[in-house]
Unconditional design. Structure first.
Length: 246
């Protein structure tokens, strides 16, 4: 299944895109909420008592759970296959609409031109790795290196925005993180505004992304935070179903 949270972001599924606030602590609760909601959808077309007329004798499956190892001629196996196509089809479309709605809400907010996102950007990839990814066709990496260059030292990056630097560091814990800045910034203004790439135009492009505290889109993130985490949990759960039921 497409991961809505990584489709436009090279930092897909990394801690850099994880919510850094209380919601992270609540993720278990949100994950259970998502799992129950999916389970309800699948139970709505679960067959009722198909075992009475079953051609397969003595299958010995006690608990008729969605993940049980049903044999090919079993009606519950049909249910599993139906569940797979439902999750990859109608349900995926439903989640896509939720995601779009969430991203559309961003239009209710506007950039306050603090330039914090131009002064300090982070990636789990080194500049060389980004160049290789761009060479292999990764659009985000291509856009990223078209504007950002690496800081010479971490101290320089930290000096730009110590609070954001610390939060990013805390988020990745043991992993390596690389810091970048855009040399096209003059004062707080973009010197190449008309030609700025999509990563600048669309920022923030991921509702789970940690933003600098000055960024006015933090209000958008707060508004949709629960919805975004719930959606992320559903996407992860659907991937799990896909790997278990195929
Ligand atoms: S190109 Fe302009 S908008 Fe994009 S990061 Fe650089 S200064 Fe900021
Ligand atoms: S950090 Fe947010 S508010 Fe500041 S310039 Fe970037 S997008 Fe605009």
């Amino acid at each position: 299944m497409d991961n809505f949270f990584s489709s436009t972001d090279t930092q897909d599924n990394t801690p850099l895109n994880a919510q850094y606030d209380n919601l992270k602590d609540n993720y278990e609760k949100i994950f259970i909420e998502a799992a129950e909601s999916i389970r309800r959808e699948l139970d709505s077309f679960k067959p009722e008592n198909p075992c009475e007329n079953c051609p397969v004798k003595d299958c010995k499956i006690e608990k008729k759970d969605i993940f049980a190892p049903y044999p090919p001629n079993c009606k519950y196996r049909d249910w599993q296959l139906q569940a797979l196509s439902f999750l990859a089809g109608d349900y995926k479309q439903k989640l896509k609409a939720v995601y779009k709605n969430m991203m559309d809400k961003k239009n209710n907010y506007s950039c306050n031109k603090c330039a914090a996102c131009c002064k300090l950007a982070a990636s789990q990839y080194s500049y060389e790795q980004l160049k290789q990814r761009a060479f292999r066709g990764d659009k985000f990496s291509k856009d990223f290196i078209s504007v950002f260059v690496p800081f010479d030292t971490e101290e320089q990056a930290k000096a730009v925005n110590p609070e954001y630097f610390e939060l990013l560091n805390k988020l990745v814990e043991e992993d390596k993180i690389y810091y970048y800045y855009c040399p096209k910034l003059e004062g707080n203004l973009c010197s190449d505004y008309e030609n700025r790439p999509d990563i600048c135009r669309d920022f923030p492009h991921n509702p789970l992304k940690l933003l600098p505290s000055d960024c006015s889109y933090n209000a958008w993130r707060s508004e949709i935070a629960h919805e975004a985490m719930l959606l992320k949990a559903k996407v992860d759960i659907i991937d799990f179903y896909g790997s278990k039921l195929k």
